[in-house]
Design a protein around this ligand. Structure first.
Ligand code: GLV
Ligand code: MN
Ligand code: MN
Ligand code: MN
Length: 427
């Protein structure tokens, strides 16, 4: 028979942990901030070099490499049924300012190593296997997260918005993409895939939380991804001289922003659920001089929940607070825009089962959990059944330089991924 029921002999799963370890260091060197921090922003020189590094690894793994108009990179291993919908895996390599070297990267380098593991074992896939490097999971440069996966999932809104989107230096998305060798023509809707393009998608990622490490568990099996949203808000006042304008005569746009930031915290806490979170990670004041009353302020708010309605209610309350602040402080609300307000995503039973079985067969401990961070999987779930494999990370640290995952934990994750891909490829 072409395929035994047991896709591969488990004892033959061999992993080159040392090579993988070196790859993390090599990729981390493509950074615009000093080690141990990593800063790798979409379409910068470092991003382009890192992409080249990954494409080279895909080639060494025997994958055929293709890139789409915005730089999603696909490395494909055709199975016995090249006409069948492929099983896909992958993640991102962009890194927010002063972050670490594992977020996303585990799911890209780990996926390529999983292909090596399968090849070494003699496994022959039925459905093709594809490794995807997604463009810009992080919102750093253009303010919108998961550009690559959102577009793959066919977001017309995003495709339209990107025609006029610019970064903080006024470089347009399309010019930035062209400088990295992409977007040769302006129509980026060529990126869209059809529903069913993949038979399954599974992403390997660090947990970015402390549960697995605390409980001494090797693998987290994600059942759902929390619903993220982000907002941009701007206030305007008259500004003026910090000494000469007396307190009763001010309409301070900076204080309006500060008051709104505190209101975000208040509304999040009022939800009464530990699952509701909100963060003001950007707060900018204009003109930004110690002796000038801020005449403009700009704040960006991130809020998430596993319950979409409750999260939407928080957004509504933030909006009401912003309006109220304009009255009490005499400022103008010059912008209140919801950049994204995404629903949560559920993992598929079939993918959860495949990961669970793989974990059990490898004698590893596992736990079902939700993902509070978002991932490209949130959007891949619109195209195909989706699942995620989490591995422990040191103290749950992420989005900071201290982020760390051990070679052993990464190796476990890669083996679970390899076996899961093998199973899904035979389904
Ligand atoms: C993505 O990095 C997130 O903020 O969850
Ligand atoms: Mn991240
Ligand atoms: Mn990530
Ligand atoms: Mn993320």
């Amino acid at each position: 028979p072409p395929h035994s029921l047991e896709p591969i002999s488990l004892s033959s799963l061999s992993l080159d942990a040392q090579a993988l370890h070196n790859q993390f260091d090599e990729l981390a060197a493509f950074s615009d901030s000093p080690a141990p921090s990593v800063t790798r922003v979409l379409y910068t020189e470092k991003d382009v070099l890192a992409r080249r590094y990954v494409k080279n690894l895909m080639g060494i793994a025997g994958l055929s490499v293709r890139e789409d108009a915005i730089g999603n990179i696909f490395g494909r291993w055709d199975g016995d049924g090249p006409e069948l919908a492929a099983v896909a895996t992958g993640s991102h390599i962009d890194a927010i300012p002063y972050s670490g070297k594992y977020d996303g990267v585990v799911g890209v380098l780990g996926a390529i190593e999983a292909i090596h593991v399968l090849k070494r074992s003699g496994f022959k896939p039925r459905r093709p296997l594809e490794v995807i490097l997604f463009t810009s999971e992080e919102p750093t440069r253009f303010g919108m997260s998961c550009l690559g996966s959102r577009l793959l999932a066919g977001s017309e809104n995003l495709a339209n918005a990107l025609k006029t989107t610019t970064d903080s230096k006024n470089i347009s998305f399309l010019d930035a993409a062209r400088s990295a060798g992409y977007a040769k023509d302006d129509d980026i809707s060529s990126v869209f895939l059809k529903k069913g393009a993949y038979s399954a998608f599974v992403e390997l990622h660090i947990e970015q939380g402390p549960i697995l490490e605390d409980e001494g568990i090797s693998v987290g099996i994600v059942t759902a991804i929390a619903a993220p949203a982000s907002l941009k808000v701007e206030f305007e006042g008259n500004g003026g001289h910090a000494g000469a304008v007396l307190m009763p005569n001010r309409n301070d746009a900076g204080l309006a922003a500060a008051e709104l930031a505190l209101a975000v915290e208040k509304h999040v806490l009022e939800s009464g659920s530990i699952d509701t979170v909100g963060t003001v990670g950007i707060l900018e004041l204009h003109p930004g001089a110690i002796n000038s009353i801020p005449s403009k302020s700009h704040i960006e708010i991130d809020t998430r929940d596993i319950d979409e309605e409750r999260r939407n209610h928080v957004i509504e309350k933030i909006h009401q607070s912003a309006i109220k602040i304009t009255k009490t402080r005499g400022v103008k609300l010059s912008k209140f825009s919801i950049v994204n307000q995404d629903p949560p995503a559920l993992s598929s039973e079939a993918v959860i089962n495949a990961v669970e079985t793989a974990t059990r067969e490898l004698n590893l401990t596992s736990k079902l959990m939700i993902s509070r961070a978002y991932h490209d999987s949130l959007f891949m779930a619109r195209l195909s059944p989706m699942g995620m494999i989490f591995i422990p990370c040191y103290k749950g640290y992420s989005h900071k330089p201290e982020e760390f995952a051990s070679v052993e934990d990464i190796a476990n994750g890669v083996k679970v991924l390899a076996l899961t891909l093998a199973k899904l490829s035979l389904q």
